[in-house]
Design a protein around this ligand. Structure first.
Ligand code: GLY
Length: 364
């Protein structure tokens, strides 16, 4: 079974295919985009060891030279970008060619940015291999690298030409990586679809074992993202809803040194719980809403609070200051996502410091 979500962006429109066995059909799906039977694959060693042969087999007659980068966030910087761009030029990748990003969010963001600037823009296909990349980073055209000033500070909006989200690939994830990616799935229900959140409450604990449920969870998340991106491609408004939980998350990631003490999706999950806690404190939503978010995270075996993060964290004042350094600051003011209930998030410029401190202290 293959589900297709269309991202309707006029001349930049594309499809996201979600299903099982997509790698085996990569040639059939990517072939129509090609002017010659050759793609340029960029991946990282760990993922390539697991998936590159299957992708090449699926590409059949299409040649697929590959660049294998080092796994990890450090690759997503100037050096990794230069390596990728120079390799594509060495390979004589032309303006009409297609680059394939095979990997998680790091590879998707880096390769998407390399494609955006190579020869002033070549097309690229995302083959996301983590749950987080399948439901979030591979869709919507945000591409970027990190600099010493922070994460994702240099980049471009460059939409892929196709996304192949093969849910069978998710079998190779560790349970922790799978659960971390789930933080972004849950976020969609919380930000805009109470019914989907209810569906997740009933079904999410079986996602890791049931491919049909997995397809539905990924498809629904991608559909929600496609709808938001179609309304607001360059994040002038609504797209900021996708940052629910992210301001808390960015502070926690900075406080834990972007280490494996806290994976991004784990931080998003905790951030969502805290954003609902804050919304309840502000009288915006019922007190039972944050309790419901926490209960769901508990049923998924996921962290819900600051106290669940291993090791010491800075005090609440320091975390609040880190939240203020979020890159979504405009004219000195944060755009922060709060909620009037489950599925009813909204963007505000107000970050009520006293209440945020109260939420952080209660969670510590
Ligand atoms: N990951 C948030 C966005 O694509 O806007």
């Amino acid at each position: 079974m293959i589900e297709t979500v269309h991202v309707p962006l006029g001349a930049r429109a594309y499809d996201v295919h979600v299903g099982r066995g997509l790698l085996a059909r990569a040639g059939e799906m990517i072939g129509p985009l090609l002017r010659r039977p050759r793609v340029f694959v960029v991946s990282e060693r760990r993922v390539a060891g697991l998936q590159l042969d299957a992708l090449r087999a699926g590409l059949g007659e299409i040649e697929a030279p590959a660049l294998l980068l080092e796994p990890g966030e450090a690759t997503k910087g100037w050096e990794g970008l230069a390596q990728t761009v120079e390799w594509l030029l060495d390979q004589k990748c032309e303006r009409g060619d297609v680059v394939v990003a095979l990997g998680g969010g790091v590879i998707g963001d880096l390769v998407g940015f390399a494609a955006a600037i190579l020869r002033r823009g070549v097309r690229f296909v995302q083959v996301p291999t983590s749950l987080l990349a399948q439901v979030d980073s591979s869709v919507g055209g945000k591409t970027a690298i990190n600099t010493r000033h922070g994460k994702n500070l240099v980049g471009a909006f460059h939409q892929p030409s196709l996304v192949l989200a093969d849910v069978d690939i998710l079998d190779t994830l560790t349970p922790r990586d799978f659960r971390a990616g789930y933080g972004e799935v849950m976020k969609y229900g919380l930000l805009g679809d109470a019914q989907f959140f209810g569906w997740l409450e009933r079904n999410a604990p079986r996602l890791a074992d049931d491919p049909a449920l997995r397809i539905e969870a990924v498809r629904h998340s991608v559909q929600m993202k496609a709808d938001i991106v179609a309304r607001d491609e360059t994040e002038q408004g609504d797209r900021a809803l996708l940052n629910l939980g992210h301001t808390f998350c960015h502070a926690l990631e900075a406080a834990t040194g972007y280490s494996d003490r806290l994976l991004h999706g784990e931080g998003v999950a905790i951030g969502c719980a805290l954003a609902f806690e804050l919304s309840a404190r502000l009288g915006l939503c019922a007190q039972e809403d944050p309790s419901r978010v926490r209960a769901h995270l508990q049923s998924m075996g996921m962290a819900r609070d600051l106290r669940d993060i291993p090791g010491d964290l800075p005090d609440a004042e320091t975390l609040l200051a880190l939240m203020g350094q979020d890159k979504k600051v405009i004219e000195g003011r944060l755009r922060f996502v709060l909620a009037r209930g489950i599925g009813e998030a909204f963007v505000t410029a107000e970050l009520p410091a006293a209440e945020v401190l109260g939420v952080l202290r209660a969670s510590a």
